[in-house]
Design a binder for this molecule. Sequence first.
Ligand code: GLV
Ligand code: MN
Ligand code: MN
Length: 415
Amino acid sequence: MPAAVDIDADRFRERFEAYADIGATENDGLHRLALSDADKRVRDRFVEDLEDADLDVRVDELGNIFGRYEGENPAAAPVLVGSHLDSQPYGGRFDGQLGVLTALEAVQSIAEADVEPARPVEVVNWTNEEGTRFQPSMMGSSGYVGFETVEELLAATDRDGNAAGDELERIGYDGDARCELPEEGVHSFLELHVEQGPVLDDRDLPLAVVDGVYGLSWLRITIEGAADHAGPTPMHGREDALAAASDAISEINRLPGRLADDAVATVGELDVEPNSINVIPARATFTVDIRSYDDAVVDEGVERIEREVEAACERHGADYEIDYVSRHEAMAFSERVRDAADRAVETADVPATHLVSGAGHDAQHLQRVTDAGMLFVPSVDGRTHNEAEFTEWDDCVAGAHVFANATLELANEDA
Ligand code: GLV
Ligand code: MN
Ligand code: MN
């Protein structure tokens, strides 16, 4: 009979609501950008909670926060569990935060129960998962697994020119611990997250075990034309950067349908200079986010975007430059962790399915160096990255219960 653990659903909910107040928006959303003052406040509260739960706290040089619970064999590779506390601008309360608090609740419940796992378990808050203020996204987990170097990640700047490293120092989370894998390695990583899509809600299911994550490419495209007066300058011969950008953007939005059933493409940022009603735009900068579970589709999409931008610029007499911001390949999660999650689902007798994630997650970086996996709880109407994001509390509790038991099973694997 495997050991089992129950979570404290009241504590879990109270804590979730308290955290959701830190950086809350008027419409029940969350505005807690990475390394902002609100991020500092929630980190302070998180460290306090880790200490109250008697976990050993450490902060690394990328600001990742760990709370460690020693198992029977402290020399064994630990199981890591967690997610992120930063949010999108005017985003939702569940994205990331639910996963961190589920992990904390699971480990605290394990620590309080009469079962001591064989391996250490560490709760973690990864720095800057969202990538909205500083790019790349998933910064903390990327540095931890050595995908990008700590130095290059700390040098990333926001729109105002603030470096991530300086902002970490300003909020007091430029930690002393090295941001690197422990010598003994990591046994496994498990993350709970909201689905951020409509499948579970449509099918009225409370839970999914995640099979993998889409590949993605992020581009920042700058089109250079020439400013001129909007009145006397004839339409022919203009070098209108925004006209070229809008031609390209229209094509980019049509592209996924021509690529693959699961392909998606989004232009989420657009800046125009000089941004004046009666001046022909001299410069237009926009971003592209393109994804599919098939990396060949992502690469083909990027090539087609390059061709569309070139053609649009030729038509409008403009020049362009493409900055290849990020490329994350599609990632399939470990069978071992998926199996542990399946068994916990079965034991809890919760109806569940398997899904692939269109959203990026820290777990995909962890999969590079260990066995990683995820659980999804539903997003009502599939809405996310906005204030309307919502998950029924019963589903959060069911997910946390399964999560705690999957964590315990992984932590009991021979150490
Ligand atoms: C993060 O939420 C992403 O998928 O971009
Ligand atoms: Mn997230
Ligand atoms: Mn997100």
